[in-house]
Design a protein around this ligand. Structure first.
Ligand code: ADP
Length: 156
């Protein structure tokens, strides 16, 4: 059976921390789908189309990685694409507590999908999209926190 992992998130924007999780997971799965969740309540920095374009650009040389967007429950999206796994990254104990609850609930709702967590590489621990979003919104240079070759002005 093909191992298909869904990596769900807001990715507003997609950072080096997210990229690192996907790259390290390549050996674990046949296919990884970066799935950008559409939340009607959150006011995003980047439009969904821009985020799709950005993640496509980051993984353009990796056939194993695709990108998609979805609205609604992650478990429903996993069902739709026949996912076998859900991939998430963990930076801190706060992440762990949140991810534990989410994963245990998701497992009850969709037992066939197993969640896999990768611990962040130490240098990426402080990187979170909220802080990077603030830097960009105030005109700061966030390039060191974004995957190489990504120029944020192309996506705003
Ligand atoms: P969400 O809104 O679902 O938290 P994010 O885009 O913030 O979406 O994050 C998606 C996933 O990537 C989550 O599992 C999060 O813990 C993980 N993640 C975010 N930043 C990092 C990082 N710097 N290193 C490792 N994992 C990260």
């Amino acid at each position: 059976m093909q191992k298909i992992a869904v990596f769900p998130g807001s990715f507003d924007p997609f950072t080096v921390g997210h990229e690192n999780i996907v790259l390290r997971a390549l050996d674990l799965f046949d296919m990884i789908i970066v799935a950008i969740g559409i939340h009607s309540t959150k006011k995003p920095l980047l439009k969904i189309e821009a985020r799709l374009k950005m993640v496509n650009r980051v993984f353009e040389s990796h056939d194993q990685v695709s990108v998609d967007s979805f609205s609604g429950l992650t478990v429903d999206y996993c069902r739709k694409v026949n996912a076998t796994h859900m991939l998430r990254g963990i930076r801190t104990s706060a992440d762990f507590e949140y991810e534990r609850a989410m994963s245990q609930i998701n497992k009850r709702m969709l037992p066939s999908v197993e969640s896999i967590f990768l611990l962040t590489s130490p240098e990426y621990t402080p990187i979170n999209s909220t802080i990077i979003r603030e830097i960009i919104a105030h005109g700061g240079d966030a390039s060191q926190f974004l995957p190489s070759g990504i120029h944020i002005k192309d996506y705003l």
